[in-house]
Design a protein around this ligand. Structure first.
Ligand code: F6R
Length: 248
């Protein structure tokens, strides 16, 4: 694991932008794994800027999102379909037919999940996976005690996750209880992974990810077993990590 610590959220987002933009310059038909939530907003904003200013090309890029709420229509402003359109897809020259997000309104969950897994595999797996992390160390919506061999599946969200995500909804009651998420196995098959975290409320999860035992009760700890992970943090999220682990 490489651990990079930046002064603040903007610097963290810039460091992530360089990695993603670099990936697209080297391989314009990259398959990106995308996260939603507050953490990658700065990254997406910067990628739009790089597209506008120096023409970063998304025309051949394929994307797979980590997750989507179950039973929330894609037109709902809190859906991850909506989020991705708003923050990235509508602002760059990506072909929408190459963007995949689990269908939270599916009538056949088993088929939806299997098709998602099959498509990722058929495309040759993800080149660069972008991750955020929950305060309980979830990645995607793989909540504590997930099976590490899990592929795309329906997840019951933890109360802590519902609480944390209620900030996007008018009340906690409106947060869906379930989501469809890529599994740990899909994530671990990505060739390269970057995980971003900012803020003190992520410090404990980051400590467990980097220095805890690799155990399903801290899902992100599995990343210790991946050969190409870059963790990009701001100072607050890094505050429990010893200095000697941080890249100079
Ligand atoms: C979202 C996702 C989640 C978030 C995590 C952190 O697609 O997969 O794992 O990355 O819940 O969310 P934020 O960034 O809002 O703190």
């Amino acid at each position: 694991m490489r651990i990079i610590v930046k002064e603040n959220y903007d610097e963290m987002s810039k460091a992530a932008t360089n990695i993603v933009a670099g990936q697209l310059y080297i391989k314009p038909d990259s398959i990106l794994g995308l996260a939603t939530g507050s953490t990658p907003e700065g990254l997406y904003k910067n990628l739009v800027k790089v597209h506008e200013t120096v023409g970063l090309d998304f025309s051949k890029v394929v994307t797979f999102n980590l997750d989507e709420y179950y039973n929330l229509p894609r037109e709902n402003p809190q859906s991850y379909h909506y989020f991705m359109n708003e923050h990235l897809f509508s602002k760059v020259n990506i072909n929408l037919e190459n963007t995949y997000i689990p269908d939270g309104m599916t009538e056949d969950l088993d088929i939806e999940c299997k098709n998602y897994d099959d498509l990722i595999e058929k495309m040759g797996n993800i080149d660069l996976q972008i991750l955020g992390i929950g305060q309980n160390a979830h990645i995607g919506f793989n909540e504590p005690d997930i099976k590490f061999e899990a592929t795309t599946h329906l997840v019951k969200l933890d109360d802590e996750t519902i609480e944390a995500n209620s900030r996007f909804f008018t009340s906690k009651k409106e947060v869906p209880e379930y989501a469809i998420s890529m599994g740990i196995k899909n994530i671990m098959l990505a060739k390269k992974i970057i995980l971003l975290a900012s803020g003190e409320n992520k410090a404990e999860a980051i400590y467990k990810t980097v220095l805890g035992s690799v155990r399903p009760d801290a899902p992100a700890s599995i990343l210790q077993l991946h050969r190409d992970v870059v963790i990009i943090l701001d100072k607050d999220a890094a505050k429990l990590l010893p200095e000697n682990l941080i890249e100079k």
